[in-house]
Design a protein. Sequence first.
Length: 407
Amino acid sequence: MSSGVTPCGSGVEVVEVDVEPVVVLAVVGAGTDVGVGVSERGPSSLEATNPTTRAMAATRPPTATATHLRRLIIAAGTVERRAGGGGMADGDERARPPAPNGQDGSMPDGRFAPSPTAPLHLGNLRTALLAWLFARSSGSRFLVRVEDLDPVASREEHVVGHLADLAALGLEWDGPVVRQSDRRPQHGAALEQLVADGWTYPCFCSRKEIAEAVAAPHGEVEGGRYPGTCRHLSAAEQADRIAAGRRPALRLRADGIRVTAVDRLLGELDVEVDDFVVRRADGVPAYNLAVVVDDADQGIGEVVRGDDLWPTTPRQVHIAHLLGRPVPAYAHVPLVLGADGERLSKRHGSVTLAQRLAGGTDAVGVRSLLAASVGLCRPGDRPGLDDLLAGFDPARLPRQSGVLPDL
């Protein structure tokens, strides 16, 4: 990997880094991002690749020529894919994660881990901004992980777009971007440990069958919890289902254990954990397993994410205990809602960074809107990231989800 800096005039710099396979471009200067783009290697297709690039083209300074924009420009981290290694190569000390939860004497890291199934909307970007502030305010690294477990729903163009959006907002990250899909061996080893310890069983139930069992007049479970249909199947009964062509998922046998998760914003959540899926019927590791393994291996000390994931956190705490992995601290932040009170989505209008840029707002304006929505600055102010860091106090963050002022 090589890098360099090229002045573009007017205080603008182009930072060059040569890394496969993704090209991330950002023209930065005077503390304000003025142009961002990302492309697969091959500069001729740059501006057609990502909507953020196209939207910001009009704001590009005259000195940022096409030659500059053909260079790999990055104000943050890099993207690396190493077969079987999840971006952590043997013999590469720079790529090795620290000991879990700062056990090597370093500060525990923070992270942002989006799923590349759609463009990031303003709610996702606000969570990314808060995760960055949590990490940087504690002197920690800020890592990015692509949670592309689902091979059907994940799209490479969304990976590219997510990184471009983070760079546009100035949210630089540390080290290589890790892809969850590259870490199947680590997920598989965790599953093997759970199986060997007797904590799992095959489940042949479809979602429809589970819903029908829960809705039955004499159902014994509440709230959509798994009713335990396959928990006590004999070996012969399992073989019959497999012979009939039914592929089993793998469920964790929780045995009705109560687990408490602790969140610095929301307090404690003490629930009875049900038997939940740790490997899907198609062989893909479930999110609740993969996120525990990956956070532990990357040394994540505090998980900052949307509060829609708070109810499932006790499941992750339980898996961490069973695997002997450290449990990170948690901070679940409020979601951004649409004007109708529902979770933000594309039906709510101009909800992505690219759409806001195309409508005439620059990246700093979008970042400032997000900051103001959680009380980090006054509406209309345009603070720099250093200003936001200086005044960041997690205790002052709102606990309730709400609507952005101009949605």
